[in-house]
Ligand binder design. Structure first.
Ligand SMILES: Nc1ncnc2c1ncn2[C@@H]1O[C@H](COP(=O)(O)OP(=O)(O)O[C@H]2O[C@H](CO)[C@@H](O)[C@H](O)[C@H]2O)[C@@H](O)[C@H]1O
Length: 471
């Protein structure tokens, strides 16, 4: 079966968060299962693109409202990612280093989607499935079905995966002329709440909707940033599939980014070496439990709670614990996290920014990983933590609820119900107790190192969906 995955991100080509990890892994596993899964992302002007080689496979021109843009489709030459990778280069819109947060993001991602469909129709490619990811590609299922230019693709099954329903890509009807012509009586398919809503358009028009965990599918029928009623209505065509992780990239035995590699039998030593490295880099004490947070510093992740949580725990367990943060996002939170440093020197540090290598070393060297998320559609960090023998401390929500069981319930993690300062401080206190129970700690670490969250299972569930859509 031939499947095109279309996305704004793909690891290692362009990564902002977990979307990239999924799009960089799932297609590889689909190919290993004997299918032809391909990935299409915009051609950004970033390090990865500049360091790799491509062949031009198509040149075209697209119309966006009153403007015309030339675009080129480039194919990565070696196939080393485990899937054919195509970049759609639209120099005026994507020749920039970052993935998002430009004023013309609406124009950029609408043009990207049009270019993708133009390319398929002009080169007469008819895949078995087009799989879209998040709102940046949510207009594709609509355009395939409704735009006159793409009539020949009208019967191609489309799937949309919601990685994060908070962001929907809204824009006004003053930009409706960006879309290629369609029967205006179908305008309802792109509208939600008086705006053009690309995520809603994807949900309405795609043949199947998937969310990245079963619990998240339940949650979004009552909390989805305005899309609750739509998601409830579309529930019969929706499925929750828990993400996997790329066991080749995230493998403590072979990971080239960490200080010392390890497996089950030498996990204690290996983790100690990584912890020692981190503690030296960040002026922390390797004898004390190390708590870490990795992620985007935004409300969904509970990042605004972190400064108070850290302040309370560092005072309550005075000089007994270490805390290390890696993240970027809300400037106010970034400043607050930085401003804690002088008060708790030797026990607390923060790296404000994005650093892939450091994230791997933290998963390997920390004892506990904090995830006080308000919303967590799946969450990959807790699965990476488990893979590296680090105990996750999570709020029971979305995918966190589906993947972590409290050690008090014969499980292996620490769970709390509220995204509140009190709940997290209490969980940290429980973790300190656990850390000093060496026997229990070893038993849990040995157990979690053997949990398998690889993509094989989830890839099989996606294949079952694709097969059910076969014409
Ligand atoms: N400062 C930093 N430096 C280095 N690495 C950093 C970093 N900040 C984040 N990361 C990395 O980015 C990824 C984050 O993935 P998540 O799944 O936790 O969240 P995200 O909210 O981006 O994804 C959304 O999509 C994914 C995929 O479906 C869902 O799991 C999730 O719940 C949903 O919110 C991890 O690989 C993490 O290590």
């Amino acid at each position: 079966m031939e499947i095109f995955h279309v996305s704004a991100e793909c690891y290692p080509v362009a990564k902002v968060g977990g979307l990239a990890d999924v799009v960089g892994a799932l297609p590889k596993y689909l190919n290993q299962a004997g299918h032809q899964a391909k990935v299409v992302v915009p051609g950004y002007d970033n390090k990865w693109t500049n360091e790799n080689e491509f062949d031009v496979v198509h040149n075209g021109r697209l119309k966006l409202g009153w403007f015309y843009f030339d675009y080129t489709v480039l194919q990565e030459r070696t196939g080393k990612l485990g899937f054919p990778l195509y970049l759609i280069a639209i120099p005026e819109l994507f020749d920039r280093p970052n993935v998002y947060s430009y004023e013309d993001d609406t124009e950029r991602f609408t043009a990207f989607q049009i270019a993708f469909l133009n390319w398929l129709t002009e080169s007469e490619q008819y895949p078995d499935v087009i799989h879209c990811h998040d709102h940046h590609t949510g207009l594709i299922p609509f355009m395939v079905q409704q735009c006159f230019n793409y009539q020949r693709l009208a019967h191609t099954p489309t799937v949309i995966t919601i990685h994060n329903g908070q962001y929907q890509g809204w824009f006004g009807f003053d930009k409706m002329h960006y879309l290629p012509n369609f029967d205006l009586s179908r305008t309802g398919f792109i509208e939600w709440g008086g705006m053009i809503n690309p995520l809603a358009a994807g949900i309405k028009s795609a043949w199947k909707v998937t969310t990245v965990s079963p619990s998240y599918l339940e949650e979004i029928s009552h909390s989805a940033n305005g899309l609750e009623n739509l998601l409830r209505y579309e529930k019969p065509k929706s499925v929750g599939i828990l993400n996997g992780i790329d066991n080749e990239v995230w493998n403590p035995k072979t990971d080239p980014m960490i200080e010392a590699n390890y497996a089950l039998k030498d996990a204690r030593k290996g983790k100690e070496k990584n912890k020692a490295f981190l503690c030296e880099q960040f002026g922390l004490d390797p004898e004390k439990p190390l708590f870490a947070f990795i992620g985007r510093l935004v409300g969904e992740k509970g990042a605004d709670l972190l400064p108070e949580i850290f302040h309370n725990s560092l005072r309550g367990h005075y000089q007994e614990i270490n805390i290390l943060v890696l993240g970027s996002g809300d400037t106010f939170v970034e400043n607050q996290l930085n401003s804690l440093k002088p008060y708790f020197e030797g026990n607390y540090n923060a790296y404000i920014g994005y650093n892939e290598t450091l994230s791997h070393i933290i998963y390997a060297g920390a004892d506990f990983l904090l995830m006080p998320s308000r919303v967590e559609p799946c969450g990959l960090n807790q699965m990476y933590a488990l893979r590296y023998g680090t105990i996750p401390i999570v709020r029971r929500t979305g995918g966190l609820k589906d993947t972590v069981i409290d050690f008090g319930d014969n499980g292996f993690g620490i769970c709390h119900d509220q995204a509140s300062v009190f709940d997290v401080n209490y969980s940290i206190s429980r973790a300190v107790g656990l850390f000093h129970d060496k026997k229990k700690m070893k038993q849990i670490v040995d157990y979690i190192l053997q949990i398998d969250h690889s993509w094989e299972k989830a890839a099989g569930q996606y294949l079952a969906i694709y097969n059910s859509l076969k014409q």
